[in-house]
Design a protein around this ligand. Structure first.
Ligand code: TYD
Length: 137
C-alpha cells in the first residue's frame, strides 16, 4: 500500500516581529528537497493537481490563505485543509491528489523530491488505479 499521507507540524518561531516556519530535509520532510514551486493567482473555483506520481514525494504548504487537498490511494479518499504557514501536507508516491477551494489570494508552496519529469506523472485516473492494483503491496 502507498505510504500514508500525513500532516506535518512545522517548527515555528514567532515573536513581536512576526512568524517564521522552517522545513529541513530529514527532520520535517523525509526526502532531499530538489525542487520548489508555488501556485498563486488561482481563480475562484479553479482546481489544480488532478494527477498522481510514480515516485515523487512532496510537502505542500499554504503559506498564505487556504486550500483543500483531497488524496486518493486508489482505494479511499481523504481531505485535508491547509490553512496556515506552519502546517504541511506530506504526499508520497502513488497518491492521486486534487487541490480545490483556494481562498482568494492563496499561495501554496510545494517542496518536491525531484526535478520536474512528465514521465513520473499519471495524468489519467484509470491508468493510476490500474497501476495501484498491479503493484505488489
Ligand atoms: P500542472 O501539472 O498542470 O500543475 P498542477 O499540478 O499544479 O495543477 O502543471 C502546469 C504546467 O506547468 C504544465 O505545463 C507543466 C508545467 N510544470 C513545469 O514545467 N515544472 C514544474 O515543476 C511543474 C510543477 C509544472
Amino acid at each position: 500500500a502507498a505510504e500514508p499521507t500525513r500532516l506535518v507540524e512545522l517548527r515555528e518561531h514567532a515573536d513581536a516581529r512576526g512568524g517564521l516556519a522552517v522545513v529541513e530535509t530529514g527532520t520535517d520532510v523525509p526526502f532531499p528537497i530538489e525542487r520548489v514551486y508555488y501556485l498563486y493567482g488561482i481563480p475562484q473555483g479553479a482546481e489544480r493537481g488532478g494527477h498522481g506520481h510514480r515516485e515523487l514525494r512532496q510537502l505542500m504548504i499554504a503559506v498564505h490563505g487556504r486550500l483543500r487537498v483531497t488524496v486518493d490511494d486508489g482505494y479511499r479518499q481523504a481531505s485535508y485543509e491547509l490553512d496556515r504557514p506552519g502546517l504541511g501536507l506530506y504526499i508520497g508516491p502513488m497518491i492521486w491528489r486534487r487541490l480545490t477551494h483556494f481562498s482568494p489570494g492563496a499561495v501554496a508552496v510545494v517542496l518536491a523530491s525531484a526535478h520536474y519529469d512528465e514521465n513520473d506523472y499519471f495524468r489519467e485516473y484509470t491508468e493510476f488505479a490500474r497501476a495501484v492494483r498491479e503493484r505488489p503491496s
